[in-house]
Design a binder for this molecule. Structure first.
Ligand code: ZN
Length: 243
């Protein structure tokens, strides 16, 4: 494979690029059917004010989000730019994630269909295909469900479950992914949804063979390059006509 370059924003337009990229990712989730009612958020660190983050507002369908709809949230969880409503879950969950993992600039959480189905089982996705190796040793299960996440303490516990990884399966709830870029958080979410689809299908008819740990680890390292996430995200958006 030839060397790929992540899409780099020109510095004068960095904020505009980041906000447009976030909107594209949210619309991609809409096109993938990841939306469910009012549930689901995608946030990204503000490129200048690194302790602030942008997020989609409550009540706007993933497919309809525009740049002007995005909300800027400060470290106290207050909306400091934008006119929409922010759900308390955003600060309790995404605020704690951004504070715990400043190396990751984007976090996505949805109530996607297969994410919810898999989350009921309370176990990680297994390395049963080459593609699923992307997630090997990069995600954990947060095993408690006590209703919607509305307090920062639970957000801290979910951030602890994330650890140094890239994703969490929230028990009886859905998937959560983080990325070094918006594209990576989005691509990991898509990859988890597809991995859940394949594992549920395979386990419906038999016992899938598990790829040995050393091979899964090596394969995951190859698949997990940031530049690949950027290209795969762009290709999927192009394929689906999402901008
Ligand atoms: Zn949720």
């Amino acid at each position: 494979m030839t060397t790929l370059s992540p899409s780099a924003p020109p510095s004068p337009d960095q904020l505009r690029f980041v906000k447009q990229r976030l909107v594209t990712a949210i619309r991609l989730f809409g096109a993938q059917g990841f939306g469910h009612g009012l549930a689901g958020y995608f946030s990204t660190t503000d490129p200048q004010r690194r302790d602030h983050y942008w997020v989609n507002p409550l009540g706007v369908d993933f497919t309809q989000v525009r740049v002007d709809d995005l909300l800027l949230i400060d470290p106290e969880g207050r909306v400091v730019e934008g006119r929409g409503t922010v759900n308390p879950s955003v600060d309790a969950l995404h605020g704690e994630l951004h504070r715990a993992r400043p190396d990751l600039t984007a976090f996505a959480h949805t109530h996607s269909r297969l994410g919810k189905a898999w989350s009921t089982l309370g176990r990680p996705l297994d390395p049963i295909t080459q593609d699923a190796c992307l997630l090997f040793e990069r995600h954990e299960v947060y095993p408690r469900f006590g209703g919607p996440v509305t307090d920062r303490q639970e957000g801290k516990e979910i951030a602890a479950a994330l650890g140094n990884g890239s994703a969490v399966i929230l028990q009886s709830h859905g998937f959560l992914t983080g990325g070094r870029s918006i594209a990576e958080a989005a691509w990991l979410h898509v990859a988890m949804e597809r991995a859940a689809d394949v594992q549920l299908l395979a386990e419906a008819v038999g016992t899938p063979h598990r790829i040995p740990a050393d091979v899964a680890r090596q394969t995951g390292a190859m698949l997990g390059k940031l530049e690949y996430a950027e290209r795969q995200f762009d290709n999927l958006c192009q394929h689906l006509g999402v901008r």
